[in-house]
Ligand binder design. Structure first.
Ligand SMILES: Cc1cc2nc3c(=O)[nH]c(=O)nc-3n(C[C@H](O)[C@H](O)[C@H](O)COP(=O)(O)O)c2cc1C
Length: 142
């Protein structure tokens, strides 16, 4: 699996870290890719691709994430999307809009995971539940 994420102030990075913790199994090989920082990756060598992003500028996807999508260059089959946002920037309509956009673009099998700001605390369960949904598919794949 590849877990690729973009984070400026750390919230999305925290979610990526929690996903990594919960994927703590010897049977799953995991790589981390920091979008905009790490050298380009070959997405085709992975069975699953997790993409994490925050939302920006009235519901926009950050440019670095758009570049990453172009860099991948095709639509892999198993893309799971997670992200963080803040309802103070435009309410429910714009909350984690970048997650919705990526879910739609990749025609993801799973709903996007949307976390409000930092995932520490009550939202941790949400991450576990979401991951469990993705992993049930991984188990059938294995
Ligand atoms: C200028 C600005 C615009 C933002 N616009 C949105 C938005 O439209 N929708 C949303 O859900 N969050 C919005 N946010 C909140 C960020 O997505 C949120 O703080 C996120 O957790 C930051 O992720 P990071 O800590 O990984 O960088 C905005 C934040 C800033 C600073």
């Amino acid at each position: 699996m590849l877990i690729a994420y973009l984070s400026y102030s750390g919230n999305t990075e925290e979610v990526a870290g929690m996903i990594l913790e919960h994927l703590d199994s010897d049977y799953i090989k995991k790589d981390i890719h920091r979008i905009g920082l790490d050298p380009p990756v070959d997405a085709s060598i992975y069975d699953y691709l997790f993409i994490g992003t925050f939302t920006w500028d009235k519901g926009s996807t950050p440019e670095e994430v758009k570049d990453f999508v172009l860099e991948i260059g095709y639509k892999p089959e198993n893309v799971a999307v997670f992200g963080t946002g803040d309802t103070q920037f435009g309410g429910d309509d714009l909350f984690c809009r970048a997650v919705d956009k990526l879910v739609k673009f990749y025609n993801s099998k799973w709903d996007g995971l949307k976390i409000e700001q930092s995932p520490r605390g009550s939202q941790e369960q949400k991450i576990e539940d979401w991951l469990e949904g993705v992993l049930s598919d991984v188990r059938s794949f294995a």
